[in-house]
Design a protein around this ligand. Structure first.
Ligand code: HXC
Length: 258
């Protein structure tokens, strides 16, 4: 890809690594960066040799938010007519698993981007927050919704209303991230998780992601029904036969992703 704000590389084992690359602005997310990110994730989603995507930033910042300098002169009519930030939701339509490897600041839109991913791994330096209140606005890309689902009401309210940030340890304690890994290891570890997922049957992987995500949208009754229907449908796949036969025959499964 011919990108100016991100670097896309293949990390091996079917993992695409996307590195946000606006170091001078702490990876502030401008429109062009997000357009490129949408393009790169959609391309990885369509590429049969890719099974998982890792998104990371720099040591100092995953992303310090939406680009304030780009936003500051916007007016309501223009923001509304252009559906400002509307295209940020595209990431959440990607079917393959996306892992965020977060070091340093993940603030505002940066925290929201991390939360659009399926798994967040944090370095000890990771710092999460929604400081939009300090700018006279509120989160605009899921910060009031996804953060509340992850942290619950009281802590979410505290962050969104005061602009206080969470340390990596607090984020882990409250379930915002799956775990904190050793200093310097977060990208490598995220790639490892991606590679691990890549060894499974990929129909089941996509189905599993879809089912977990459905829990955020559906009632328990509908969610359980949705899960059961997909579970039943997976008996139509070769991977189910291979997975269960391999277990019975005491050998390793060789999934064909069919
Ligand atoms: C534009 C940004 C930026 C941002 C940092 N920079 N964050 N530019 N938009 N969100 C730029 C700075 O202006 C500066 O540029 C350079 O990056 C380095 O930042 P410093 O502030 O000098 O670094 P430091 O002193 O280490 O402080 C780091 C920081 C601080 C605490 C993260 O930069 C900060 O508070 N940033 C803003 C965080 C924020 O409010 N995020 C939410 C944005 S609103 P120069 O040119 O001076 O070197 C948002 C809305 C979401 O995300 C709505 C939906 C998406």
């Amino acid at each position: 890809g011919d990108y100016k704000n991100i670097i896309v590389s293949q990390a091996g084992n079917g993992v695409t690594l996307i590195t946000l690359n606006r170091p001078k602005a702490l990876n502030a997310l401008n429109s062009e960066l997000f357009t490129e990110l949408n393009h790169a994730t959609a391309a990885a989603d369509e590429d049969a040799s890719v099974n998982a995507i890792v998104i990371t930033g720099s040591e100092k910042a995953f992303a310090a938010g939406a680009d304030i300098k780009e936003m500051r002169s916007k007016e309501f009519a223009g923001a509304y007519k252009s559906n400002f930030l509307g295209h940020w939701t595209k990431i959440s339509e990607v079917r393959k698993p996306i892992i965020a490897a977060v070091s340093g600041f993940a603030l505002g839109g940066g925290c929201e981007l991390a939360m659009m991913c399926d798994i967040i791994l944090a370095a000890p330096t990771a710092n999460f927050g929604q400081p939009e209140i300090n700018l006279g606005v509120i989160p605009g890309a899921g910060g009031s919704q996804r953060l509340t689902k992850a942290l619950g009401k009281s802590l979410s309210m505290e962050l969104v209303l005061t602009g206080r940030n969470l340390s990596a340890d607090e984020a882990e304690k409250h379930g915002l991230v799956s775990r904190v890994v050793r200093e310097g290891d977060v990208v490598e570890e995220a790639v490892k998780v991606g590679a691990q997922i890549g060894k499974k049957g990929q129909v089941a992987v996509q189905a599993a992601k879809e089912a977990v995500n459905a829990s955020f949208e559906l009632s328990l009754h509908e969610g359980l029904r949705f899960e059961r229907r997909i579970f039943q449908a997976l008996f139509a796949t070769k991977d189910q036969k291979e997975g269960m036969n391999a277990f019975a025959e005491k050998r390793k499964a060789q999934f064909s992703n069919e």
